[in-house]
Design a protein around this ligand. Structure first.
Ligand code: SF4
Length: 159
């Protein structure tokens, strides 16, 4: 995790330098400043998986997103939400993707919550077995990005 933070700092510095030089570069994690990130994610939980996004498997089944299509059939099979012939048929399961902070016990106590949407549901499920519980590594990545953006906010805006 320390190595990740150190390497991300190098990427961030490289990005700043290239932006100053006017290079056509885009790194999504650093495209916004801290305030913009807070405005975008404050009170937002989950992503568009299963809400405004669907993935279709080769046999015509509907899943919340591509990460749920057969990566781990025993786990992801439970999140088949319908098929192309009948549409969304499992609305109860689909509602699981619209849950807010009340389901995210770890996030409820997190000081980074205003900068984060609770992790990717598929990554959460595949690592902790729970759609709403992020693995420590995801939270560490968020913490590193927020720390770098905070540092950027103090120095200069990347525009
Ligand atoms: S950093 Fe982790 S615990 Fe904190 S809000 Fe994000 S996903 Fe939840």
């Amino acid at each position: 995790m320390r190595t990740y933070a150190r390497e991300m700092r190098k990427v961030w510095e490289f990005y700043q330098k290239k932006k100053r030089e006017g290079a056509p570069i885009r790194i999504v994690e650093f495209d916004e400043d801290l305030e913009e990130r807070r405005n975008r994610l404050c009170s937002v939980w989950g992503c568009d998986a299963g809400q405004t996004r669907a993935a279709v498997s080769t046999d015509g089944k509907l899943y919340p997103c591509a990460r749920f299509v057969s990566t781990y059939p025993d786990i992801d099979g439970k999140y088949c939400l319908g098929d192309v012939w009948r549409g969304w048929t499992d609305l109860r399961k689909r509602m699981e993707f619209m849950a807010g902070l009340n389901k995210r016990l770890k996030c409820q106590k997190c000081k980074l919550a205003v900068f984060c949407a609770g992790g990717c549901p598929a990554v959460n499920l595949h690592t902790t077995g729970n759609l709403y519980e992020p693995p420590p590594m995801e939270c560490h990545i968020t913490a590193v990005c927020v720390a770098l953006l905070r540092r950027g906010t103090k120095t200069e805006k990347l525009t």
